[in-house]
Design a protein around this ligand. Sequence first.
Ligand SMILES: C[S@@+](CC[C@H](N)C(=O)[O-])C[C@H]1O[C@@H](n2cnc3c(N)ncnc32)[C@H](O)[C@@H]1O
Length: 290
Amino acid sequence: MRENTSSRTASQNALFRALDARRGQGHTVAGDTLAERFLPAEFRIVSVASAVPPVRSAVEHFIDWRWPCARGGVVARTRVIDDAVTALLAEASQVVLLGAGFDSRAYRLPGMRTLPVFEVDHPATQAAKRRGLRRAGMLDGQDVRFVPVLFGIDDAGAALKAAGFDPERRTLVIWEGVTNYLSADAVDQTFRLLARMLSAGSSVFFTYVHRGMLDGTTDFEGASTTMRAVSHVGEPFTFGFEPSEIMAYLSERGFEKIWDTSVADAGSGLDKGRHTRLPAYYHLVEARRS
Ligand SMILES: C[S@@+](CC[C@H](N)C(=O)[O-])C[C@H]1O[C@@H](n2cnc3c(N)ncnc32)[C@H](O)[C@@H]1O
């Protein structure tokens, strides 16, 4: 990520979810009606104009041509994680959003609104999010604790504890859309930190890209265009897993793999017959602290 600049890919994700929400009830996949509030001005104009269906259709076609599979992938993965997390919220006593970006779950999912939510993110992205929340009058009223951290550099564990994180409580962690921007060391350090900080039975939902996308050994639809686009905004993909190694990787770090699925598989059928293209290179995992 560029230093001192809010994450562009986090804003793009929020735009994809805002466009999806503009489809309206009964048609939206993720239903993230709050996403629009976090958009920078140039994206907000696009989202507001997309209330007009032909405009939205043109915008979506342009995005899908520029970044094949990315828009549908972000919306589908958010919905799949929402559903999986909602099913577990009743058993959790606190939530951690790692690399939260413009994730609106703390304000959107009923079961999360009553829990302490720790939003851990790059200081610049978090500052932009807080501005959006302040503009919308949403900064106060809920137990959301902002924890600015640079993964791989800052001590995220100490920062979380200082913000009141309780290692004894059952925790639900969401680490969506982040590992692919980090170094292998930063990913490893974060899993080891989570293993130290999470009580048994706590859950971690995380995403990763297939390593074959990065080294070119597997030919995925949309992969090369997406890699060029994220590099262009200064946030290149730097890390991926080989799916066959996930189980052993997690188990060496104190976690059990519950499931691992590609967004293409998990999201098929969610968009009610529109057959939006979804990325086979993007994976979602639920892991549990053993
Ligand atoms: C693509 S966005 C994903 C945001 C959100 N979780 C989502 O799925 O829409 C990547 C997030 O990772 C954060 N991030 C990237 N590199 C980081 C780093 N080294 N330290 C802290 N946060 C980082 C960015 O600030 C951004 O919020």
